[in-house]
Design a binder for this molecule. Structure first.
Ligand code: ADP
Ligand code: ADP
Length: 234
């Protein structure tokens, strides 16, 4: 079964008397270990789709299943619990807590999930080592470079072994070298854990390395392409 299955998703926004269609019938399966790029012009529905997949918002009609369970109609409490349990998030602007060290930022989702202190310490150390930041565990975000901050964000997103990682323009604030490092880490960690990864992006360097590219236009999937293995692993 797919990690996440989307069926017939429709979403409109209301602005005063205007109705703005954002998604107009989206069907998609996201499979375990798969890295998926979501592309399309501004206004095509990428943010709306990420918000639905991230259980931040609900569709008007349609179904979303996460690991086979229906999740399109959860109340806010259940959605929050499921986000903590099964989803990881990576944003363009890092979104680390500025007064917390790298280790505390990575620890936070485990703390919220109620994981015990010993196990948390072990997993935080392991996650920071996996992104090459073992030496920076005690640094606050303002003492880290952009690339290092995004690596902390990757560690934080993956430390609780989510079923699905949702990333919004994760390389947009990074230089080429840092972007490449962050991508390589996202790829290898998601693969190793069997986590699926859904990434909204304009970055061609990123899309080339995803398994599939989903192109949205006017709230519909306009095209879907599978990336050749050679480019993916490059
Ligand atoms: P993208 O992320 O691809 O730029 P969005 O999902 O943000 O696309 O937007 C899809 C459509 O929905 C656009 O027409 C946008 O203007 C509209 N839209 C998005 N969010 C809102 C909102 N909160 N209120 C009203 N309209 C919105
Ligand atoms: P991006 O394309 O980078 O996702 P947008 O400019 O489309 O950014 O959207 C930024 C925020 O504004 C989002 O939270 C989106 O939901 C909201 N938004 C987008 N379009 C509209 C709109 N027409 N009216 C109100 N809010 C909107």
């Amino acid at each position: 079964a797919p990690v996440m299955a989307l069926r017939g998703l429709h979403k409109t926004y209301r602005l005063g008397r205007h109705v703005v269609p954002a998604l107009r019938g989206v069907d998609l399966d996201v499979r375990a270990g798969e890295m998926l790029a979501l592309v399309g012009p501004s206004g095509s529905g990428k943010s709306t789709l990420l918000n639905l997949c991230g259980l931040m918002d609900r569709p008007d009609t349609g179904h979303i299943a996460l690991r086979g369970q229906p999740v399109h109609d959860l109340d806010e409490t259940r959605a929050t619990l499921l986000r903590r349990d099964a989803l990881g998030f990576i944003f363009q602007g890092f979104n680390l807590v500025p007064v917390m060290t790298a280790a505390e930022n990575v620890d936070y989702p485990l703390f919220l999930a109620g994981v015990g202190a010993d196990q948390r310490r072990r997993r935080v150390a392991e996650a920071l080592a996996q992104v090459g930041l073992a030496e920076h565990a005690g640094h606050r975000p303002d003492a880290l470079s952009g690339g290092q901050r995004q690596r902390v964000a990757v560690a934080r997103a993956l430390v609780k072994r989510p079923a699905l990682v949702i990333a919004d323009e994760p390389t947009a604030s990074l230089d080429s070298h840092s972007a490449d490092t962050v991508l390589t880490l996202m790829r290898s960690l998601c693969r190793a854990q069997g986590a699926a990864c859904l990434i909204a992006t304009h970055d061609d360097r990123l899309t080339r390395r995803c398994d599939r590219v989903i192109r949205l236009r006017d709230g519909r999937i306009e095209a879907e392409t599978t990336t050749p293995q050679a480019e993916r692993s490059a």
